[in-house]
Design a protein around this ligand. Structure first.
Ligand code: NDP
Length: 493
């Protein structure tokens, strides 16, 4: 692998600390965490976890930046220009950021590049919103003394200091879903990346300050769950936006309620893909393979449960298998790879043990299921067959390249099976019958429904879970409103 010079010199530091007020903290004697390259398992860097005093320092810095010049006074048009500058800087350093993600996360380099492209699109999309955060004039009926009238209106104000906590699977694009709208609304942000992927966030923050983002507007605290917990418990935080597992989301929800902090949660999923007999089976198999095996299945909206009409089961499985046979398993920097490593050894063990447990519970292995006998965290693309949802592979979020396939015989049965879960993040439906498609759109309990295509994000397309997949929405118009609060004003004249 040949890396960009900027990547090499950033990696030469080897030791990293949090980035606060436009500069890196000095090393102290805090706990350190080693970073492993998932492609070969080697340690390539380490970092020091921020303790609660350092989290406090970051929050105070963001609070100061929120209230003072230059950030507090800049016009919406100036904020728009800054967001475009941030997008330009990501564009310029796309390859460096992609390389850092490939190294720390094991994501295939082409997928890492498209992750950065997605983040750029998100910054540009929200740049346009800076100048469009309107309030309303309201015709209210409050009685006034004779000769006096009401002039009532609402205005949108930034919520203040935002704590943004993100997972390791899309470290930069998920951060951009939070950062871009928060900055566009005029907020400041303390970002906490996952302990597995701190480097790309540090590099991005450094880059942003270099191109003119005022110091303290974006601080990055790095560390494990304890650093995240200190951040969410801090009374100086005005809004928490979290993406991660449902379990940690519940802990954060409780912490938020202690201080009555505003909260958005993007959580786990166990998303269904329904394939009707009238669908284009080849396209469905291709889309479902992409949906579950892209990024090695470490995708919140991955379609991990395929419900396939019984009459086409054999044809569908053969088509799926031929898609998977095209995927070369290799390291993150191999341009021909179709399936890369999982993010960590612990995660590989978890995915592997689910494949075993599912078979112990009665599933039969259709293909895959084996770890690779080589350094790094590799496992084959896997499909399991079961007859009902009564199996851990149908109920639990495995977050790996594991698809479970279940037959159905009627639309009613397919929808009931699809909805039989605590999650409700995404879903896909494959059919050429508009009536079946619309019945699924009406009845599926999920924040996303895609008909005849795999689930994919777009800056103008809100995402957010039903049921235990989350609270609130990201992206789109609603994705910026969540970083504003409404002030209602009545002037009596
Ligand atoms: P986790 O929930 O384990 O962690 C998410 C983030 O929270 C990490 O930065 C983590 O830090 C931090 N964290 C852990 N414990 C605490 C705590 N007590 N207080 C505050 N922060 C804490 O999720 P993963 O990183 O393992 O990511 C995978 C999960 O994310 C999956 O369930 C997936 O579905 C979900 N996800 C959801 C998406 C959506 O849009 N709905 C998108 C992508 C992923 P650290 O890593 O250092 O422990």
């Amino acid at each position: 692998m040949s890396l960009q010079n900027q990547t090499i010199s950033f990696l030469e530091r080897k030791d990293y600390c949090s980035f606060i007020d436009g500069t890196y903290l000095d090393k102290s004697n805090n706990q350190t965490i080693a970073l492993h390259n998932p492609s070969d398992g080697e340690i390539f860097a380490q970092f020091e976890c921020a303790n609660s005093d350092q989290v406090d320092q970051a929050v105070l810095s963001s609070a100061r930046a929120f209230k003072s010049d230059p950030w507090a006074k800049i016009s919406p048009a100036q904020r728009e220009a800054i967001l475009h500058k941030l997008a330009d800087s990501l564009e310029k350093e796309l390859q460096v950021l992609a390389e850092l993600i490939a190294l720390e996360n094991g994501k295939l380099i082409a997928q890492a590049q498209s992750e950065i492209k997605g983040a750029i699109a998100t910054f540009r999309y929200y740049a346009g919103w800076c100048t469009k955060l309107d309030g309303e004039t309201l015709d209210i009926s409050l009685k006034q003394k004779p000769g006096k009238q009401n002039f009532a209106f609402t205005r949108r104000e930034p919520v203040g200091v935002v704590a943004a906590i993100v997972p390791w699977n899309f470290p930069i694009s998920i951060a951009s879903w939070k950062l871009a709208p928060a900055l566009a609304a005029g907020c400041t942000v303390v970002l906490k990346p996952s302990e597995q992927t701190p480097l790309s966030s540090l590099y991005m923050a450094e880059l942003f300050v270099r191109v003119g983002l005022p110091k303290g507007v974006l601080n990055v605290v790095i560390g494990d769950g304890q650093t995240g917990a200190a951040l969410t418990q801090h009374s100086g935080i005005n809004k928490i936006t979290f993406t991660g597992s449902t379990e940690v989301g519940k802990i954060i929800g409780k912490a938020a309620m202690e201080n009555l902090t505003d909260l958005s949660l993007e959580l786990g999923g166990k998303s269904p893909a329904i394939v009707f007999a009238d669908a284009n089976i080849k396209e469905a198999a291709n889309g479902i393979a992409l949906g579950i095996y892209r990024n090695s299945g470490q995708v919140c909206v991955a379609g991990s449960r395929a419900y396939v009409e019984a009459s086409i089961m054999d044809t569908f499985v053969a088509s799926l298998k031929s898609e998977v046979d095209k995927m070369k398993i290799s390291d993150a920097f191999d341009p021909d790879a179709g399936l890369g490593p999982l993010s960590s050894e612990a995660h590989l063990n978890k995915v592997d043990s689910y494949i075993t447990k599912s078979q112990e519970e009665g599933a039969s292995l259709i293909f895959g299921g084996k770890r690779l006998e080589k350094d790094g965290y590799y496992i084959q693309a896997t499909a399991l067959a079961i007859n009902s949802n009564n199996n851990c592979a149908a109920t639990d979020e495995i977050f790996g390249p594991v698809l479970v396939i279940i037959p159905f015989n009627s639309t009613e049965e397919a929808i009931n099976l699809a909805n039989d879960t605590r999650y409700g993040l995404s879903s896909t439906v494959w059919t050429n019958d508009i009536n079946k498609a619309m019945e699924c759109v009406d009845r599926l309990e999920a924040g996303w429904v895609f008909v005849n295509g795999p689930a994919r994000s777009d800056p103008h397309f809100p995402i957010g879970g039903y049921k235990q997949s989350g609270i609130g929405k990201e992206l789109g118009k609603v994705g910026i409103y969540t970083y504003t609060k409404i002030k209602s004003v009545n002037i009596i004249y």
